[in-house]
Write a protein that binds this ligand. Sequence first.
Ligand SMILES: [Zn+2]
Length: 178
Amino acid sequence: MVQRLVRLGLVRSERYRGARLTAAGRSAALQLIRRHRIIESYLVERLGFGWEDVHDEAERLEHAASDDLIARMAEAIGNPTADPHGAPIPTASGEVDETRLQSIADLAEGAVAAVVRMSDRDPEFLRYLDGLGIRPGASVRVLERAPFAGPVTLEVDGVRHAIGTSAAAMVYIRRNRR
Ligand SMILES: [Zn+2]
């Protein structure tokens, strides 16, 4: 369960290492994730923060905010279903979209996909993606894949970019039918 939650980005493995997550633990973890992602969304939507700056702010605020404050923040921005990095926001009753996503690194040459979410841990990485136009909702086409984990050449909303395989593996997509 922990592995699954970790894979889904629902828990941070270092924080729960060695712990067994019970149903109550899972529900508590989902509520903490809900808080984190609502705070991130609110900071971007209402306070004009850049998407690369909100993760650390949310880490600090997620434990301090009351349930009422979180509910009002969510309400004020129209109860979003995904945070600024595209990660699903669990509902107040603990439902979350657990669809397992592929990454750009899983795409073959010629594949077209829509960017859904990306890792939000590193502000530099988010700034880098932003500069390339790789945000949730962007359309990417794989033009070329170099062998031996070489660069992946992409067309992003009509512009050509080459990115490393490790960066490609941190950008999750939904494949378009061709
Ligand atoms: Zn975050």
